[in-house]
Design a protein around this ligand. Structure first.
Ligand code: FMN
Length: 339
């Protein structure tokens, strides 16, 4: 696989951590980078909310800006914008690309990504996310507006189409390329499929064959075999891992080792839970103990998957309010595991 370049970034193995709202925060991004992801993407950021927030009172708490900030530990990172209004998208992209919004900290992002895949009703009912795949003209207007406002690469994340009768990813991707997109990520499901099993590698291959910008494949990458298979059958330039990284950031280390011809030793249960604990500690450090612990619970439960006694541990984790409590659940789990 040839090395993939995106603006200032060289993505050695073409391994990206997917944007996941409410999940792929700075802690998960930093952890996945450390494990071997070449690049990360922010959680989706509302272009409109960012623009309005900039005009709010100086003393008003910033809720949207923190989602767009990049840290050294998760760079190179793209910031993903969602919206349906080219003017808001242009304005938000310019603020983010130059780091000139209130609340900006850290390095600049490596690219601006545009969300054309979100299936959530609240989003598509505003003509945003995957609804843009039903309105290629508007989608193209957004890409060219953003492209005209920033010097960074502009990437788009699309689905196979809206539903089975409208699998327009190929024509749509060509149109986004013509509008100025520098990279296209394809999730091989329609909006109608939401996240149901059955992502289609065929449509990723078809997009790859149809455009000359790099194509990143996404959908159902849970094991290193899934990743190698997608790379082989689609010819895509890289992959974006989403749910496969939850409780298993080690997947990046495994795939990177395989692609680089190195041997790989999977973590023991003890090593896995030690990383989980570091993950929780990092979330608490960044968000404060109360919010960090509450948000860490689901991640901690994902790390327990497959271990003996995981169901009981998951129940106990749902009440854990501190690192000490999480650690005591893990200690019991490890005892169970070694019995
Ligand atoms: C909890 C969750 C949140 C997500 N949030 C976003 C998002 O903010 N932006 C986006 O483009 N995709 C989002 N996605 C979609 C993923 O990036 C990815 O396209 C999808 O999960 C398919 O990959 P997978 O089958 O490997 O999970 C989200 C997915 C999940 C599970």
């Amino acid at each position: 696989m040839a090395t993939l370049k995106l603006g200032a970034a060289t993505l050695k193995n073409g391994l990206l951590l997917a944007p996941m709202a409410g999940v792929s925060d700075a802690s998960l991004r930093a952890l996945c980078r450390r494990m071997g992801a070449d690049m990360t993407v922010s959680e989706m950021v509302s272009a409109k909310a960012l623009c309005y927030e900039q005009k709010s009172r100086e003393s008003a708490p910033l809720r949207t800006a923190p989602l767009a900030t990049v840290a050294e530990s998760d760079a190179p990172m793209a910031v993903q914008l969602f919206g349906s209004d080219p003017d808001f998208m242009r304005e938000a992209a310019a603020l983010i690309a130059t780091g000139t919004y209130r609340g900006a900290t850290g390095p600049l992002p490596v690219a601006i990504d545009i969300n054309m895949g979100c299936p959530v009703h609240k989003v598509v009912s505003n003509g945003e996310g995957s609804a843009l795949m039903k309105d290629p003209q508007r989608a193209a207007a957004i890409v060219s507006a953003v492209k005209g406002a920033v010097t960074l690469p502009v990437t788009v994340k699309i689905r196979a189409g809206w539903d089975n009768d409208h699998r327009n990813a190929v024509e749509f991707a060509r149109r986004m390329e013509a509008a100025g997109a520098d990279l296209i990520c394809v999730h091989g499901r329609t909006r109608q499929q939401m996240y149901a099993p059955g992502s289609d590698n065929g449509i990723i291959a078809a997009v790859k064959a149809a455009v000359s910008v790099p194509v990143i494949g996404n959908g159902d990458l849970f094991t290193s075999e899934n990743v190698l298979h997608m790379l082989k059958v689609t010819g895509c330039d890289g992959v974006m891992i989403a749910r496969g990284a939850l409780g298993n950031p080690f997947l990046f280390a495994e795939v990177a080792a395989l692609l680089e011809g190195r041997s790989y030793m999977p973590p023991t249960a003890e090593e896995r839970l030690a990383v989980a604990l570091e993950h929780a500690a990092d979330m608490m450090r960044r968000k404060g103990e109360r919010v960090g612990a509450a948000e860490a619970r689901k991640h901690m439960a994902w790390y327990c998957k497959g271990l003996r006694g995981a169901a009981t541990a998951r129940d106990a984790l749902m009440h854990a309010d501190s690192l000490t409590e999480i650690k005591s659940v893990f200690d019991k789990l490890l005892l169970e595991e070694t019995r």
